[in-house]
Write a protein that binds this ligand. Structure first.
Ligand code: 289
Ligand code: CA
Length: 159
């Protein structure tokens, strides 16, 4: 703890200081890029940022599109995240699939990770599994409906 000495030690100290400065500058740059990115169509809640590029797809396509982009199909875990996603749905005037489904066990809704959902915002009377509805769409009012996984919906990813 600060008790090294000699030329080698001084060099190391200088290198650490340089790295600390570079890290600070890098954090500032990342912060600016994040803000600009959110400004262009995105939204944020807590640590998450949500983004849509206007493309649409069924549930599998939506999932794959987000994962190919290095993200995850938007998966609201609380009301702040749900509102952030809802605002993008409103902006595009198009419902979106969320990363929640009961494909494995009817009536047991899970995140893409397989974990049971800990938050929900179902519309009145939902989920009703009309026909077979194993995926979940979010409406412009932020409420959820279980829906066939084969519809075309706005793709919203979280990063
Ligand atoms: O095919 C049924 C869907 O279009 C939806 O129709 C009504 O909005 C409600 O019954 C929904 O639950 C259903 O998913
Ligand atoms: Ca339904």
């Amino acid at each position: 703890q600060g008790d090294c000495g000699g030329r080698e030690c001084d060099l190391l100290k200088t290198e650490i200081r340089d790295l600390q400065e570079q890290l600070k500058a890098l954090k500032a740059t990342v912060g600016k890029i994040q803000k600009a990115w959110i400004f262009m169509n995105g939204n944020s809640a807590g640590e998450k940022t949500f983004q849509a590029n206007g493309s649409e797809g069924d549930f599998e396509t939506s999932k794959a599109t987000c994962s190919q982009a290095g993200g995850l199909l938007a998966s609201p875990r609380n009301s702040a995240e749900n509102t952030a996603i809802q605002q993008i749905v409103v902006r595009h005037n198009k419902a979106a699939y969320v990363g929640i489904n009961d494909i494995e066990t009817e009536g047991s809704f899970k995140y893409l990770s397989g974990e049971a959902i800990g938050y929900s915002n179902w519309a009145g009377g939902e989920p009703n599994n009309l026909g077979t509805e194993d995926c979940v769409e979010i409406y412009p009012d932020g409420r959820w409906n279980d829906r066939s996984c084969n519809e075309k919906r706005l793709i919203i990813c979280e990063f």
